[in-house]
Structures are given as C-alpha cells and as structure tokens.
Design a protein around this ligand. Structure first.
Ligand code: GLN
Length: 484
C-alpha cells in the first residue's frame, strides 16, 4: 500500500538510483504540466543535488530516511530559501524567501527531493485553484474539471503521479477538499501539531500545513517527519510527538463513530450514496455508529468567513510595495504608491476578503461581527467536545459535491463559500481531520469523506483511514505522470 516505502526499498536495493528517479519525475512533471497546471515552478537543480547526495549515502552503505530521495512537491505558500515562493499572487510573483519554512527544513533533513512548487488559489483563498495569478490547475481524473483548492496544484501533482507526496495548507479545507476531489488522502493536522513558521499567513488562528499522498500510510510517514513543536512558532505544541505510523494497524472493532446530522444534509445524491456505503464498511469492521447533532455547526460558515477575512486583512497589510515583491513604479506620493501597488498586485477575491475583514473589524461593526464570531467559535469548540465524550471519531463527507467544471464558479461568492460547509468547522475548532477517497460519482470523479478526531489524535484518524483503505479500492491511478 505504501508507495513511499516501496520506492525506498527500490532505492536501497539499487534497483533505481535517486538521480534516475528525480530525472524521471522532473521530465514527466514538465511534460504533463501543460495539461494539469500542477506546478508553477520546477526546482531541478535543487532536486538533482539532493538526489546525488542520497545516491552517495547509499553507495557508502549509510542509513537513509524512508523519505530520502523521494520526489515531492510543496505548495507555493511554503517558504523555500533561494527558491521563489509566490502564493500565486502578482504581488509576490518575484519574491524569494531568505529562509526555509520549518516543515521544509525538516524534510531537507530527511533528504527529500523537491520537484517544484505547486499551484494554488491566490493567497490560499478559494476552492477551485482558479484564482491563481498564473493559470488554473486541472483535475487529473478529468481535465475539464477543477482539482479543488486552494492546494489544487499539490492535489493534482499527487493524483497525476507527478510527485509522490505534497504539502499543502488548510485554513478552511484547502488540503482536504482538493484531496477529496482528486481521489487522494489529505491530512489537516490539529492546530499546533505542525509549525507554521514560514507558511505565508492567510488566517493565523486557522492555518495549518497538511500532507497529501496516495495512502494513509504515506501520509502518516510524512506527517511524523514534519510534526512537533518548534521554537519559531509559539502556537506549536512543544509536547507533541507524532507517532501515527505505530498505531496504523490498531483494531477498529468496538470503537465509536459519530455521524453528524448537520454535516449530512444537502449532499449531492452520489456523495450521499458513497458516504452511506462507507459507513457500512466501518460497521463491518466492527465500529459502532452513533447519530449525533452539533447544533452550532449551522453558524460555522459565517464564523469562518468573518474570522478568516479579519485575520487576512491584518496579515496582508504587509504587502505595501515597500517591503515585499511587486511595486507600482509611477506614483504621486507614498499613499498613491501603496494604493496602486495593492490595486494591481491583488486579485479580486483577495481584495474582497481584505475589504470584508476590514469591515468586520471596523469601529461600530466589530462587536456585531468579529466579537460575536469569536464567541460562537467557543460554542463550536464546546459542541465538538461534547460529541467527543461519546465518540472516538466523527465521520462526514468532505464536500457536499464532487469537483465542478472549470470556469463554472458562481458569480455570487457566497455560493462558492457554501462548498466549505463540511470542512470549516474542523478549523474553527482546531481539530485534526483526514480526507479519504470513498467512491466515484456517475462521471467517475472521486468522492471523499473526512474522519475528524480529538486534538492531537492524528494517530486515531489515520488508523481509521488506513483500515478503510485496506478493505476498499477507491484510490485509482490516473493516466498521467510516472509509472514505475
Ligand atoms: N475554501 C476556503 C477559503 O476559500 C478554504 C481555504 C483554505 O483552506 N486555505 O477560504
């Protein structure tokens, strides 16, 4: 089941060299990127340098990490020293960080081979990958459809076999939703499980770096390597030591799964059917099903869009044309320069969110919107807590529908925001959740379900994901990329 461990074996048995592997992935990724739009830049030099070093270690008989020499990708909002990191925004299109994100630093220490940086919705705001300032990414299962977003490029790279795993970020669903749309496994860790240092901020109280791969086992392997406290991120948990691999094979029998009424409504027919089949699979594995209600979930979309926009309006204040990236060169005075830079540098969705965020924080409206959303956030946390006193995990569809066609996002942004209904509650409560493929719709597009756990119980949700993967066959190779 684990592609990563399979390839690791091949590397240490010298069936293939790390340099051959890197070259293969680079050439296929470049070949298929025209069709899939998964990458916005390639990191050939970096990849070959690391691959060569891995081959050296193998030749000398040194121990290597299971991630050593494995081709992978990073979302383009994860800072990479001396490698452009654009957030797929015009305002950062020439920005090259001078430091590495902690997650990338940890993978460098494992000799991970970076193939390139992946496409995303501008500043991670969106669900279709169409607001990238470069080009949209496409769904490898059907290129007329979106891969989801905002980590759509990472999902397309993994599902299209152009990388063996990828990191994304999840503020309101951006790892889980594209993973569901592209038929792969995607983990959004507990808030504080993974360092956010070097992840370009969208909404700091919700953002987490997540892992996307072809199986729960591969996700576990990567997650264990990047998780844990970091002195550079005071919101990371210094006590947390992830060991999800150890618990992957635990028994499901006798464990309790909560099915939430509020997350099972308004689903498209195919999603509803696949989801109820998935519940039956768990029953045959011996799990007990409990139907529960979390009444505060009806407020989670407004809570999310108020808090995320408020935080974004503050976080994106730094892009003023002085300190970072793009600057408009002809201007009258400093105010005119900042105004023109921001008007041209940001896309429409980003501007909309900055405006909304500024509004909900402004004098006279702050109490009615921002403060109320903060209070309701606590009520959501309490609701989940109550649910987890009765259940081990909560199961729901990841999205109410499968991937839409390119170019069919609604003119009315609220319609698009509604698609995040199942994923945002998890970020609001800071919980871990993993999206797992659980079927295909009538057009053969993947369907995903999410398994939500208590804080820092990534081991449990990955165990549930792994057990489901062992008895089902919903992860299918696409026609793209590398076949070994
Ligand atoms: N679709 C959500 C949004 O647009 C989620 C984004 C994310 O998780 N980065 O805000």
């Amino acid at each position: 089941m684990s592609k990563l461990l399979d390839i690791h074996e091949k590397l240490i048995n010298k069936d293939i060299s790390a340099v051959q592997l890197a070259k293969l992935y680079l050439s296929k990724a470049k070949r298929d990127n025209g069709a899939l739009g998964a990458y916005v830049s390639f990191t050939e030099e970096e990849a070959l340098k690391t691959a060569k070093a891995v081959d050296g270690k193998i030749a000398r008989g040194e121990m290597i990490s299971p991630l050593a020499g494995i081709p992978m990708a990073l979302k383009d909002n994860i800072s990479t020293k001396d490698i452009k990191t654009t957030c797929c925004s015009r305002i950062l299109c020439d920005y090259t960080p001078v430091y590495n994100a902690t997650v990338w630093e940890r993978l460098i220490n494992k000799d991970a081979v970076l193939i390139g940086k992946t496409n995303m919705d501008e500043f991670a705001m969106g669900s279709s990958c169409e607001s990238s300032c470069f080009f949209p990414a496409k769904n490898p299962h059907n290129t007329e459809h979106v891969p989801g977003g905002s980590s759509g490029g990472s999902a397309a790279a993994v599902a299209g076999n152009l990388a063996l795993y990828a990191l994304g970020s999840d503020t309101g669903g951006s790892v889980r939703q594209p993973s569901a749309h592209c038929g792969i496994v995607g983990l959004k860790p507990t808030y504080g499980a993974v360092s956010r240092y070097g992840l370009i901020a969208y909404a700091s109280s919700l953002d987490q770096v997540g892992v996307m791969a072809g199986s729960a086992e591969d996700v576990a392997l990567v997650f264990d390597s990047i998780a844990g406290g970091d002195s550079m991120d005071s919101t990371s948990n210094p006590q947390y030591q992830a060991n999800t691999l150890r618990d992957l094979e635990s028994e499901i029998k006798g464990k309790k799964i909560g099915i939430v009424k509020e997350l099972s409504e308004g689903l498209n027919e195919d999603v509803e059917k696949a989801f109820s089949e998935a519940v039956k699979v768990y029953e045959t594995l011996g799990a007990r099903i409990e139907y529960i209600s979390l009444p505060t979930l009806q407020y989670t979309l407004p809570i999310y869009y108020i808090l995320a926009c408020a935080e974004a309006s503050s976080n994106l204040g730094r892009y003023d044309g002085v300190r970072y990236g793009f600057r408009k060169n002809i201007y009258e005075d400093i105010n005119d320069m900042v105004s023109q830079t921001r008007s041209e540098g940001f896309g429409d969705e980003v501007k909309r969110r900055i405006l909304m965020g500024t509004y909900v924080l402004s004098k006279g409206y702050r109490d009615a919107y921002y403060k109320k959303a903060q209070e309701l956030r606590l009520a959501v946390v309490a609701d989940f807590k109550r649910a987890f006193s009765k259940c081990d995990v909560i199961l729901s569809p990841t999205t109410p529908a499968t991937a839409g066609k390119l170019g069919t996002q609604s003119e009315n942004p609220v319609d698009n925001y509604r698609e995040d209904i199942c994923t945002v509650p998890v970020n609001i409560a800071g919980l871990p959740s993993v999206s797992v493929p659980c079927g295909f719709d009538r057009e053969n597009l993947p369907i995903g379900m999410q398994i939500i756990g208590r804080s820092f119980e990534e081991n449990k949700i990955l165990n549930f994901a792994h057990k489901f993967g062992q008895v089902t066959e919903y992860i299918k190779e696409t026609d793209w990329g590398v076949r070994l």
